[in-house]
Design a protein around this ligand. Structure first.
Ligand SMILES: *Cc1c(COP(=O)(O)O)cnc(C)c1O
Length: 383
């Protein structure tokens, strides 16, 4: 695409990411559609660089890769889902590798690591997110340092800057699941990570209407290896999905700005609510990793976790009492959603009353009214 190099260099030369993303990934040749349309083709007339979509991609995949790659500052490969992207990273490991993952992270990543260990492919070490000394120790030993920051669902912020820059075992990979921060709040590759992962299902897509994932690599070698994994594994993105994800990315900055501002207000109020015993949001001064968050994140994100006073039944009842806020899993969309995470299979270790709230772009007073009413309607049970 003609736009490719032009657009990338504009970002490098200081155009803000929020401006760049509005026009990135377009074909600027006269007569081209302004938006790359979804190209519903498995194959192309032979004689040019594209023959078959699974091997060579489509113009629509390229557009999304150009957009996310430009934001993350590397070379992107789009996949069918966030988990397909994560699985492609683990696919790079030789048999017998040592993998370090956080004690709190996306459950799918933890389950994938665990399953690989059970099959004898690698061994897994789980490290406390905040135990930076231990991460530095493991950097000398591990073949994959897998980080996520802020984490899902406890919102702990790792010392990414220190860990990504640490000396490490030759040939090892440092990968960061950057889904919660998005590349607008944090750019792991600039800190020294090799790979940054987005579930574009979440904030980049932003409308709960698609599944997608992107891995962005710092080096051309890793990029080529990931392309090979996609080609052979076949976890290719859908053409409608990449179109929608690219469209979502254009409004990411403005959605993020609004949802983050909502989240900050709600977190401050939840912290003082009589029916809430603990509020986890990286932007709260009381948050255990607030200092690391201030140092590393441009914005504190759109996710809040809080513990309801009472028991699991109380927390379930609070979710069920929401009217504006949707009782649904997943996160990062225009609509606010809430869920009791310990109710999910594999997440029973979490506090039973922990609710994860993904804050959307609704009016903040409407969101607060819904939260406060749902919380108060169950306070009688506890008194
Ligand atoms: C949802 C999520 C994933 C998985 O993405 P899918 O698109 O659902 O496969 C990975 N990491 C984080 C942090 C997530 O929230």
């Amino acid at each position: 695409m003609v736009s490719k190099n032009e657009a990338k260099s504009e970002l490098d030369e200081g155009t803000s990411a929020e401006s760049w993303v509005v026009s990135a990934g377009r074909d600027r040749r006269p007569g081209s559609p302004l938006n790359v349309p979804p190209v519903l083709a498995s194959n192309f007339v032979l004689g040019d660089s594209r023959a078959y979509s699974r091997d060579d991609g489509t113009p629509g995949w390229d557009a999304l890769e150009e957009i996310v790659g430009g934001l993350e500052g590397g070379h992107a490969v789009a996949f069918a889902s966030g988990m397909a992207a994560i699985a492609a990273v683990f696919d790079q490991l030789p048999t017998g590798s040592v993998v370090a993952i956080p004690d709190d992270c996306y459950q799918g990543a933890a389950s994938l690591a665990q399953a690989g260990q059970s099959r004898g492919r690698w061994t897994v070490q789980r490290l406390a997110v905040t135990d930076t000394a231990r991460w530095l120790e493991m950097s000398a030993i591990a073949d994959l340092i897998w980080l996520e920051s802020p984490t899902n669902p406890l919102l702990t912020v790792a010392d990414l800057d220190v860990i990504c820059a640490a000396p490490r075992k030759a040939g090892s990979i440092v990968a960061v699941d950057n889904t919660f921060a998005t590349p607008l709040n944090q750019r792991p590759l600039a800190l020294g990570a090799d790979l940054s992962i987005q579930s574009v299902t979440k904030l980049i897509g932003g409308h709960s209407d698609l599944l997608g994932g992107v891995v962005t690599a710092r080096t051309a070698n890793l990029h080529a290896a990931l392309r090979m994994t996609r080609e052979l594994g076949g976890a290719t993105p859908g053409s409608m999905e990449t179109f929608l994800a690219a469209r979502g990315a254009r409004t990411l900055a403005i959605r993020l700005e609004r949802a983050q501002s909502n989240a900050k207000t709600l977190a401050e109020r939840l912290e003082r609510h009589p029916m809430v015993t603990q509020t986890r949001y990286p932007g709260l001064p009381s948050h255990p990793t607030h200092e690391a968050a201030r140092r590393q994140l441009k914005g504190f994100g759109t996710i809040i976790s809080f513990d309801v006073r009472g028991d699991a039944a109380t927390a379930n009842a609070v979710c069920a009492a929401m009217k504006l806020i949707q009782h649904a899993t997943s996160l990062g969309a225009v609509e606010s959603t809430i869920e009791r995470r310990a109710a999910i299979s594999g997440q029973e270790h979490l506090p039973p009353t922990l609710l994860r709230l993904s804050v959307g772009i609704e009016g903040v007073e409407d969101l607060w009214a819904d939260l406060d009413r749902a919380l108060r309607s169950h306070s009688n049970r506890q008194e």
